[in-house]
Design a protein around this ligand. Structure first.
Ligand code: MG
Length: 387
């Protein structure tokens, strides 16, 4: 029987890869809903190809999308209401959350509450509300299948029956494009340079986050909640070849790792087919080309975002949401050319330093903290970096 799937963020890099996998296994999956924000041309193409029951687009692009599609059986919905509707469809078994940023939080919760398994690429959901998401998953008896490559690796290496015997989780980091960049020249980094990731092909936001190591900071918090592991057991290791995607170290000294090519289609496919594995058309790792595997500890002075991630995570409450929102705004402004690369961690720190943490959280508190940090960061940038 075909598993019915909704893909939130189908026009992004993860979304497109997901649809490609679905296309490779037409007997196994059926796309019931897709969504895009602005890219109505691509969403129209996907709608014509997969003929889902629903397609969701940002409100202001509704007419463009309808015109582009022409006659169709697909119902067009818009905005957050549309996302919530397709995330709650009773016939759907799996929600692929490939949105970027805080926008994925509410639809993810709606999916869990209506009994869906989540294939989660949108790490901000776990960063902002990991505790709430974790308890909702437990209450409604669903699963989260991580798509983030590091978390997929840990998910595959973790022995569920021996969680007490886990000594450390090692999240590997490529180190990004500036691993060997002179620390005193970091303020000169251009947007173009920051968008050149040495290993992974990804969307803009996560590529910049990889360059600042904020991506790893968010992934540490994500791992905390996905695997219910204390921060003291979550370590980051720089591994420029990105062949080991992450590992689990047990108390007996054994280390179990997942290795493979740097191709997001591998973790996406595993999340979709779990607990089964299926043959892929992707080239496998070529050991003749694999000359060496290097490791080093991250330089927290040069990449302070990593440290801020641990601080925010350990502080808990609304602080991770603030870290995430301040970073979203800072990255946006960097991409627009409004601020320097080195301003990103400064803005994040400034927001964290000025935030009054709310410890007992619910969805409203998280959304309030997210909004507060966005406004606070924007104001700070306006005051200090007006061109
Ligand atoms: Mg990752």
């Amino acid at each position: 029987m075909q598993k019915k799937i909704v893909v939130l963020g189908s026009t992004g890099s993860i979304g497109c890869n997901t649809l490609e996998i679905v296309q490779n296994f037409p007997k196994d999956f059926k796309i019931t809903g897709i969504s895009g924000n602005k890219n109505y041309k691509l969403l129209a193409k996907q709608t014509k190809k997969f003929v889902p029951k629903y397609a969701v687009i940002g409100k202001e692009y509704e007419q463009n999308l309808k015109k582009e599609i022409g006659r169709t059986k697909t119902e067009i919905l818009t905005g957050m209401d549309g996302l919530m509707e397709i995330s709650s469809l009773p016939e759907v078994k799996m929600l692929v959350v490939a949105l970027v940023g805080a926008v994925g939080l509410k639809p993810s919760m709606a999916g869990i509450k209506t009994g869906k398994d989540l294939a989660l690429a949108n790490k901000e959901v776990m960063v902002m509300a990991g505790e709430l998401v974790r308890s909702a998953v437990k209450k409604y008896g669903t699963k989260i299948l991580p798509i983030d490559s590091e978390h997929s690796a840990i998910f595959q290496s973790l022995d569920e029956k021996n969680l007490d015997a886990v000594n450390n989780l090692f999240l590997t980091a490529s180190g990004g494009p500036f691993l060997n960049f002179p620390p005193n020249k970091m303020h000169l980094i251009t947007v173009k340079e920051a968008l050149q990731h040495p290993r992974w092909k990804m969307g803009k936001k996560v590529t910049i986050d990889s360059a600042t190591l904020m991506n790893k900071a968010l992934e540490v918090i994500e791992a905390r909640w996905l695997f219910d592991m204390d921060f003291s057991k979550i370590k980051v290791l720089v591994h420029p070849e990105s062949i080991i995607h992450s590992m689990v170290e047990y108390i007996d000294g054994s280390i179990i790792a997942q290795l493979g090519r740097t191709d997001m289609r591998i973790p996406i496919q595993y999340a979709l087919t779990y607990p089964k594995r299926k043959k892929t058309h992707i080239n496998h790792l070529n050991w003749e080309e694999t000359k060496e595997l290097r490791f080093s500890l991250p330089d927290e002075k040069k990449f302070p975002c990593l440290k801020y991630g641990y601080t925010a995570g350990k502080t808990g409450g609304t602080m991770p949401a603030v870290l995430n929102a301040a970073n979203e705004i800072a990255v946006n402004n960097f991409l627009k050319g409004n601020i320097k690369f080195t301003h990103i961690p400064k803005i994040v720190k400034y927001c964290m330093d000025n935030h009054v943490v709310v410890r007992k959280i619910d969805m409203d508190e998280i959304i309030k903290a997210d909004k507060w940090a966005q406004d606070f960061a924007e104001n700070y940038i306006k005051m200090n970096h007006d061109k």
